[in-house]
Design a protein around this ligand. Structure first.
Ligand SMILES: [Fe+2]
Length: 142
């Protein structure tokens, strides 16, 4: 993965690593408190609390970058898959029309979303692309 998506993935991985390190250190502090019977040591408890808080923030940041990665950069794969499923249906209809020798079964044209490739039969177009919400005004007619 390269470019902006690669940077987001790398940040996500770094934050996940930082989270693990924070939690391991925090666990070590808590184990030390229990094993050494340092329940009265407020400074150790405060350090453990701060470490937990930092780990919580780190989990939030890691989740944010993971969600961004999935939502912003992986959705194009979902759009491509869904568009190809629609294309397969169009191809089957075209093949059936050819085999029947009746091209009147086919639409007069298609309209294609320029952002995601979603394709509609002419005359059966949504106001916005069902996948990426691009306005119909931007569609290309073929
Ligand atoms: Fe689209």
């Amino acid at each position: 993965m390269e470019g902006a998506a690669g940077q987001v993935r790398e940040t996500h991985e770094v934050m996940a690593f930082i989270t693990v390190v924070l939690l391991i250190i925090t666990a070590a502090i808590r184990i030390f408190i229990v094993v050494k019977k340092k329940d009265d040591d407020k400074s150790l408890k405060n350090i453990a609390f701060i470490m937990y808080a930092l780990a919580t923030i780190s989990v939030f940041i890691t989740g944010y970058f993971g969600g961004t990665l999935v939502y912003e950069y992986m959705k194009s794969f979902t759009w491509a898959r869904d568009t190809e499923m629609k294309h397969a249906s169009f191809y089957k209809n075209a093949l059936a029309a050819l085999q029947a020798g009746d091209e009147s079964m086919l639409p007069s044209g298609y309209e294609v979303c320029p952002v995601c490739g979603n394709t509609y039969e002419e005359g059966n177009v949504d106001e916005k692309c069902a996948f990426c919400q691009t306005s119909r005004d931007s569609f290309e007619k073929i």
